[in-house]
Design a protein around this ligand. Structure first.
Ligand SMILES: Nc1nc2c(c(=O)[nH]1)N=C([C@H](O)[C@H](O)COP(=O)(O)OP(=O)(O)OP(=O)(O)O)CN2
Ligand SMILES: [Zn+2]
Length: 139
């Protein structure tokens, strides 16, 4: 089996609705996303001959996803009052609503699915919320 890894990161704010601790407050992280792909065959022709996937293609695809989140406020659907959302939008803050509680675990599965949809043979995705804390998703 061959394995390739790449990583990217984004800086965003979030909070955990219903969390009994400091993470219930709005705060930020540099989210680090590490993607690993796997396959037992390499490309056998063209400019990617001898490669599993061109590193550039893998890196660019992950960066596109991370760039979408960069410098945004990520919030779970239903976790903010409509008036709060409206006020933040009126300030033209970048807001991204997600359909899951924005934990490292949920993000690892979310990125796994997005990268798989882009056609990469994803093996594992790790999401670091801090340098010491990561969640991973594999199938
Ligand atoms: N299993 C998970 N636990 C927690 C998650 C998560 O995504 N998955 N997320 C949080 C919060 O987002 C929080 O920001 C994490 O903060 P904390 O654990 O306190 O990490 P720090 O390294 O910043 O801790 P310090 O004590 O401030 O050094 C909570 N748990
Ligand atoms: Zn957090």
């Amino acid at each position: 089996m061959y394995y390739l890894k790449t990583e990217s990161s984004f800086d965003s704010a979030h909070f955990l609705k219903g969390y009994n601790g400091k993470c219930r407050n709005l705060h930020g992280h540099r989210w680090r996303v590490v993607v690993e792909i796997a396959a037992d065959q390499l490309k056998d022709e063209g400019q990617t001959r001898g490669m599993l996937v061109d590193f550039s293609d893998l890196k660019n695809a992950l960066e596109d996803i991370c760039d979408d989140f960069d410098h945004s406020l990520i919030y779970e659907k239903g976790s903010l009052k409509g008036a709060t959302i409206a006020a933040l939008q009126a300030e033209e803050f970048r807001m991204i609503e997600v359909g899951f509680r924005p934990t490292a675990e949920h993000f690892s599965k979310y990125f796994y699915e997005l990268m798989s949809e882009k056609g990469f043979p994803i093996h594992r995705v790790e999401v670091y919320e801090t340098p010491n804390n990561l969640a991973a998703y594999e199938e």
